[in-house]
Design a protein around this ligand. Structure first.
Ligand SMILES: Cc1cc2nc3c(=O)[nH]c(=O)nc-3n(C[C@H](O)[C@H](O)[C@H](O)COP(=O)(O)OP(=O)(O)OC[C@H]3O[C@@H](n4cnc5c(N)ncnc54)[C@H](O)[C@@H]3O)c2cc1C
Length: 393
């Protein structure tokens, strides 16, 4: 195994885009993308929803094989099951991530990166100007390999080890870790052009429950809960109860569990020769828990920053600090605001959301935008006003 310039650990959306962008920015560099699972994109641990504008920065969804559904509506559900349809706009897409991630990995390869599956990083040490990274797994033929990289991009998701190996603090406070459970349900009734989100302490304490259509009568149905607030019950138990109440006739075609970090970006997502992207650096929207587009945006910044640093012959932490600054300007600072709103919303009880749904439903459907809903919430809940005043006024 020859030494490489950039080693990207993890072929989720963040890692694939990081590898693609590094290879495109500096074609003379050796870029290696490794994925511990035998195939990129599976198993899917995601509800697969993305906004239209963010997605289009990276890939064109028109007639793409990796699209499951185009979504044009959002329907909020209050704890008492009152539905609040939000005004129609070009909302977004439900992906087929098994295909989407694979497609991004193929683009990384087409751009010049080497992609290896069934290969896990199992440790790394600083040796001179490089990181010596140990690789293991079926993709190495059962042998342990060591690859020396100038820059390691840790795109290894919520359970990141790259950050820890590099001495970065990626710990998550328990109150900001959501445990999620999701079923692929068939044979249920819903509007196939809409996503449904139910905020309710009874159904999903600390998080929310969702239905994201995959096709006619088939949907990702799941929820996230914060263990500290879950009264001793698991996300699985909450999901079983939610499905029994709302979709009792559904047939379960698949099931998954996973964690979502609803915490702002880590203070340092960089050190000498290391950058962290996506979930590994807590770059998820703390309000929505969405992280696919964020992972790609941070991957793009990281891939380009790594390529530029290597070309300049300076891969020091001082040089790579610009990556963190660029990320905070792009989205990280917004996430701090969303996080403050999330914390304020945690203090609102189910009765607040029921009352909000009733007043918002008095607004004409065509005028029922997210901004107007938020304005109503502000009027009803002064503590949200304090948060808004701090950040938006
Ligand atoms: C139930 C659930 C529902 C979600 N729904 C949505 C949604 O609808 N929309 C949205 O935007 N976000 C959603 N998310 C969040 C979203 O899945 C993540 O934010 C996104 O996948 C982050 O991308 P990433 O590239 O940072 O990490 P990941 O997609 O997690 O990719 C990390 C990759 O690294 C690999 N890896 C890990 N360790 C190693 C190692 N040591 N060596 C090699 N490879 C390694 C993993 O196998 C994995 O493939 C959801 C998450 C969950 C759990």
């Amino acid at each position: 195994m020859p030494d490489v310039d950039v080693l990207v650990v993890g072929a989720g959306p963040g890692g694939c885009i990081a590898a693609r962008e590094a290879a495109r920015a500096a074609p003379e560099l050796a870029v290696l993308l490794i994925e511990r699972d035998p195939a990129v994109g599976v198993p899917v641990r995601c509800a697969e929803g993305v906004g239209d504008a963010g997605l289009r920065e990276f890939a064109d969804p028109t007639d793409a094989s990796w699209v499951s559904r185009r979504i044009s509506r959002v329907i909020f559900i209050a704890p008492d099951d009152t539905e609040v349809p939000v005004a129609e706009r070009d909302v977004g897409w439900i992906l087929d991530r098994s295909r989407f991630d694979a497609c991004l990995a193929a683009e990384a390869a087409a751009s010049g990166a080497v992609v290896r599956t069934g290969v896990a990083a199992s440790g790394m040490d600083r040796v001179g100007e490089r990181w010596a990274v140990t690789l293991q797994g079926p993709g190495t033929g059962g042998r342990e390999e060591t690859v020396r990289a100038r820059v390691v991009i840790g795109a290894d998701g919520v359970e990141t080890m790259v950050g820890r190996w590099a001495g970065l603090d990626t710990r998550v406070p328990a109150r900001d870790m959501e445990s999620c459970a999701q079923d692929l349900l068939a044979g249920i009734a819903f509007d196939p052009d809409a996503i449904y989100l139910q905020f309710s302490d009874r159904d999903a304490p600390g998080g929310y429950a969702w239905l994201f259509p995959k096709g006619l009568g088939v949907a990702n149905v799941g929820l996230g809960v914060v263990a500290l607030r879950a009264r001793g019950r698991t996300a699985r138990q909450y999901l079983d109860a939610w499905i029994a109440r709302r979709y009792p006739a559904g047939t379960r075609l698949g099931t998954t569990v996973g964690g979502v970090i609803v915490h702002p970006t880590v203070r340092r997502a960089f050190t000498d020769g290391v950058l962290l992207v996506g979930d590994a650096a807590h770059m998820v929207n703390p309000l929505s828990g969405g992280g696919i587009v964020n992972a790609m945006k941070s991957g793009r910044l990281a891939g380009r920053a790594a390529a530029a640093a290597i070309r300049a012959g300076d891969i020091s932490a001082a040089r790579l600090a610009s990556y963190q600054r660029d990320w905070m300007t792009l989205l990280g600072d917004d996430h701090l605001k969303y996080y403050a709103i999330k914390r304020a919303l945690e203090r609102c009880d189910d009765e607040f959301f029921n009352a909000l749904a009733r007043t918002v439903n008095r607004i004409a459907p065509a005028k029922r935008t997210l901004g107007r809903i938020f304005a109503h919430a502000l009027v009803r809940h002064p503590q949200l006003l304090a948060v808004a005043a701090r950040f938006f006024v």
